[in-house]
Design a protein around this ligand. Sequence first.
Ligand SMILES: CC(C)(COP(=O)(O)OP(=O)(O)OC[C@H]1O[C@@H](n2cnc3c(N)ncnc32)[C@H](O)[C@@H]1OP(=O)(O)O)[C@@H](O)C(=O)NCCC(=O)NCCS
Length: 156
Amino acid sequence: MTSGHVPEVLEIGNRVFDISEFPYSTWSLSAIARHLDQQPEACHVALFEGAPVGFVLASMPFLNNQTWGHIEWIGILPAFQGRALATKLGDASIRALYNAGATRIVADIATSNRQSKLLARSLGFTELTTVSLFSAPTLEWIKTPERTTETVASEA
Ligand SMILES: CC(C)(COP(=O)(O)OP(=O)(O)OC[C@H]1O[C@@H](n2cnc3c(N)ncnc32)[C@H](O)[C@@H]1OP(=O)(O)O)[C@@H](O)C(=O)NCCC(=O)NCCS
């Protein structure tokens, strides 16, 4: 992948990710640029007649783990899905990250994303942990008279 592919990759992502839902709501130009700046050799596009029809974006480090690679974004246009393109892109990223010194490679996947979990398993990934995103109650709920009384009572 080169910086010339960025506009098309952004557009493919807008089409294949449900950007109204977390974690896909974090899809952005800067999300692409971060991986491409950090680890260009781990970022790849699948081309059809010279135009991108899919991509993978990956890099190191992952959070505070300097030698952990992170395959964060992968997407294939619907008309090109089911042809092992994501498998080829994923393999290319994994090889690039190990060649760059990765000691572990991770991918965080929404539990509702069946296709992505199938892809990960077919690439040989195994499940390490499951994290749930919880949403706090509204301020109005916290301020209800019963809650306020409960809080004051427990602080006493
Ligand atoms: C997930 C995604 C990238 C897979 O792309 P793809 O090119 O169709 O995947 P592949 O053809 O390489 O298939 C990989 C494996 O997953 C399985 N798979 C993928 N989608 C599947 C589906 N809809 N039904 C059944 N199996 C499926 C394939 O059978 C294959 O397994 P196998 O090797 O055991 O046969 C694609 O569906 C996509 O772009 N989804 C929307 C974006 C997204 O959610 N990305 C992941 C989060 S960043």
